[in-house]
Structures are given as structure tokens and as C-alpha cells.
Design a protein around this ligand. Structure first.
Ligand code: FAD
Length: 381
């Protein structure tokens, strides 16, 4: 089994790591977490350096990368500033990937070149107050009025919604739970659209919002995939799930990597201060365990990604991966906090920042419980 990264994937890893090293100092990461503002400047720099082209097909001027390329990028960015991976998702996942997988030819031509240049950001609006894990319960309606549609309702916890140019909005267009959902590309300057940011524990700066739609007028050409895709929204979302789960897993791996490195650096410092007579075997064992958990997560994630690139059925593996990486990430972050003691508890510590950031990976993109439901189902339960 050939399990090596290609030369261009290795180069992408080096380029992304170099970006993190040069552009994201600890001070900047702490400041973004403290202020909680969307990292516009870093997003602009990522665009300038060509990162938004990673997963755009070559025929639209992109680099033609696949899910493995995305995972490499998200893993490396998450090592330095986890929230930047979340905001990068507003271009790479909710823009490029959604259009690549589900967009019409006209929509790809219209948006992909501008996404590649960093001129646009998207966001994805599915969750509602009564439709989180039970996503098919959405009530935001799009009603046909003459030659257009009017959207009315509200969405909850939508990342990037007040900075996005386009909100991919999932609406109810028919009575059937699954075959009555349509996804619209909503221009956020349209009258009747508004978004209010919500304060949260971690991933500060990702601009998670409550979104309101009051008679927001869209045309049938704004249906994701074109007018033939009326009532195809659920099916379109299902096509995105495996990729999203893998990318979120990569975020957890990147964060674990930093927590482990922080703990190694801490223990080395402690050993120097304490002199040769004192051993820290218990702490060494904890760090060894953390590193092993992280490696197991990484292997599972890239194995599932390899299956996806081979077009093999991999819904069980991607669900296992998302659940395992997110939950292992939470455990590793907790162990990191224990190892660092008071040094980990202060706001200057990176580990506490990651400790607050990482739980979202077990919530967004389907909670760990939902992943276990999927795994159980594939086992015939
Ligand atoms: C920071 C952040 C960013 C987000 N960004 C976006 C975004 O950009 N776009 C978007 O559409 N949404 C977004 N979300 C919403 C996210 O997708 C939902 O929070 C998630 O799907 C869970 O829904 P819920 O919070 O309503 O929890 P609920 O569905 O109410 O679940 C509550 C608890 O019950 C459990 N549970 C629920 N149903 C079952 C079941 N059938 N079996 C077993 N256990 C179950 C859950 O696992 C969870 O532990 C974001 C959320 C956060 C916190």
C-alpha cells in the first residue's frame, strides 16, 4: 500500500508551515483570541500567497487539489491559530468546495475565480434554533412569488455570516423532510438579510452569528446547482459530509500537535530547573500517551482520506475519524492542562486557548454522538 504524500503535498505542507511560522506570532494569536475579531489581515495574506486556489479545479484556474491537500493545509494552520482554519473554511469549504461539488457551470464561472483571488467569502447556513443535529427539521422557508423566491426565517450559530458576501442558505421548499429542502446562494447585501455575532468560549474571531431573513428576494438562478436543483438541498449536503468530517479531523490533529510540543518544551524547562536528581516519569508517560493518541488519530484520518480519494465507500471511516479525532483532541488538551499546572491556567498559555477551542470539533459538522449513530448504523444496528 502506497501511503506517501506526493511532492506537491509535501510542498504545500512546507509552504503552510512557513506561513504560520512567519505570520502568526504567539502575540498575534493571543490578541485575536482576546479581541475576538475576524482575522481579515491574515485572510488577505493567505489569499495573496495563493492558498485559496488549493482545491479549485485546474480548469477554473486553481491548483486542482483534493481532500488530502485540504487536510494538510487545515492541520498546519490549526497548529498556530485554530480559528484561522475555521475562517479559511469560509473560502475553501463553503465557497470552493460547495461550488466544486454542487455548483452549476454558470455559478462556478461566476464565483470560483473571485474566490481564488480572495475577493469573496462564503458561509453555510443550515442550523436553526430547532434544527441542529436534526438538521432536516429546518423551518426557514423560501416561497415562490412570481419569477423569484422570498426567504423568511432565522438561522443559528452560522460562522462567518456577518462578513460573508454569500450565505449558502438551506431552506424549506416542500413538505418532505429531505426532498423539500433547497439551498440558495444568498447575496448578503440583499435587503432583509442581517446577522448578529454571538460571543463564545473559543474559536474567537470566527464571527459565529444568528442570521435573520425577512422577505429576502432571490431568483431561481440562485438555487445552488441551478433551477433543476430545486428540492435537492439535502442530497447536495450529503455529498459534502465525508470531506467536511476529514477536514475537521485534521484541525484536531494540528491542535494536538501543538499541545504535545508545548508539553515537551515545558517538561524540558522543568527538568533543567530541577537538576538531574529529579525524575518526571509520570509526566513523561502522559506526554508519550498524548503523542500516541495523536498519531493514531492522524493515521485514521489520512487512511480515511486515502479511501475517499480512491472513491471507496468511507462514511463509516470518516465518522469514526471525526468522532475519534475530536474526542481524542479534547482528552489531549485536558492532559496538557494538567501537565502545565498553573502555567497552563493563565491566559498567556497557548494550551488553555486550544483547550477552549477544541470542543467545537466535537459539535460542528455533526456531534460525536451523531457520528456514533452513523457508525452504529453501518454496523447493522
Ligand atoms: C462555534 C460554532 C460554529 C458553528 N458554525 C455553524 C455553521 O457555520 N453553519 C451551521 O449551519 N451550523 C453551525 N454550527 C451549529 C452546529 O452545526 C450545531 O451546533 C450542531 O449541529 C449541533 O446542533 P445543536 O447545537 O443544536 O445541538 P443539539 O442537536 O440540540 O444536540 C444537543 C446534544 O444532544 C445530542 N443529540 C442530539 N440528537 C441526538 C441523537 N439523535 N442521538 C444522540 N445524541 C443526540 C447531541 O450530540 C448533543 O450532545 C456551529 C456551532 C458552533 C458552536
Amino acid at each position: 500500500m502506497d501511503y506517501r504524500f506526493t511532492k506537491s503535498q509535501q510542498e504545500l505542507r512546507e509552504k503552510t508551515a512557513a506561513f504560520v511560522n512567519k505570520e502568526i506570532s504567539r502575540e498575534l494569536a493571543r490578541e485575536i483570541d482576546r479581541v475576538g475579531e475576524f482575522p481579515h489581515e491574515l485572510m488577505r495574506k493567505l489569499g495573496e500567497q495563493g492558498f485559496w486556489k488549493i482545491n479549485i479545479p485546474r480548469e477554473y484556474g486553481g491548483d486542482g487539489g483534493d481532500v488530502v491537500d485540504l487536510m494538510i493545509f487545515f492541520e498546519e494552520i490549526s497548529k498556530g491559530l485554530p480559528v484561522l482554519s475555521w475562517t479559511a473554511g469560509d473560502v475553501l469549504l463553503y465557497g470552493n468546495n460547495i461550488l466544486k461539488v454542487n455548483g452549476s457551470e454558470e455559478q462556478r464561472q461566476k464565483y470560483l475565480p473571485r474566490l481564488a483571488k480572495g475577493e469573496l467569502t462564503f458561509c453555510f447556513a443550515l442550523t436553526e434554533p430547532d434544527a441542529g443535529s436534526d438538521a432536516a427539521n429546518i423551518q426557514t422557508r423560501a416561497e415562490r412569488v412570481g419569477d423569484h423566491y422570498l426567504i423568511n426565517g432565522s438561522k443559528m450559530f452560522i460562522s462567518g455570516a456577518s462578513v460573508a458576501n454569500i450565505t449558502v442558505t438551506n431552506t424549506r421548499t416542500g413538505p418532505d423532510r429531505y426532498k423539500g429542502i433547497t439551498s440558495f446562494l444568498v447575496d448578503t447585501t440583499t435587503p432583509g438579510y442581517s446577522a448578529t455575532p454571538i460571543k463564545k468560549l473559543g474559536y474567537k474571531g470566527s464571527d459565529t452569528c444568528e442570521v435573520y431573513y425577512k422577505d429576502v428576494k432571490v431568483s431561481e438562478n440562485d438555487i445552488l446547482g441551478g433551477k433543476a436543483c430545486l428540492n435537492q438541498g439535502w442530497h447536495q449536503m450529503m455529498r459534502l459530509l465525508n470531506g467536511e468530517r476529514l477536514v475537521l479531523s485534521a484541525c484536531a490533529i494540528g491542535m494536538m500537535d501543538t499541545v504535545v510540543k508545548e508539553c515537551v518544551a515545558y517538561l524540558r524547562r522543568r527538568k533543567k530547573l530541577s537538576g538531574p536528581g529529579i525524575r518526571f516519569q509520570d509526566t513523561e508517560h502522559k506526554i508519550a500517551e498524548m503523542a500516541t493518541h495523536m498519531e493514531a488519530a492522524r493515521q485514521l484520518a489520512f487512511y480515511a482520506a486515502w479511501m475517499m480519494t480512491q472513491e471507496m465507500e468511507c462514511i463509516r471511516e470518516t465518522s469514526m475519524c471525526k468522532f475519534f479525532c475530536a474526542d481524542t483532541g479534547k482528552k489531549v488538551a485536558m492532559m496538557g492542562m494538567e501537565i502545565l499546572g498553573a502555567e497552563g491556567y493563565v491566559m498567556d498559555s497557548m494550551v488553555q486557548q486550544f483547550f477552549r477551542d477544541i470542543p467545537i470539533l466535537a459539535i460542528g459538522g455533526g456531534t460525536s454522538q451523531i457520528q456514533k449513530n452513523v457508525i452504529a448504523k453501518t454496523l447493522g444496528l
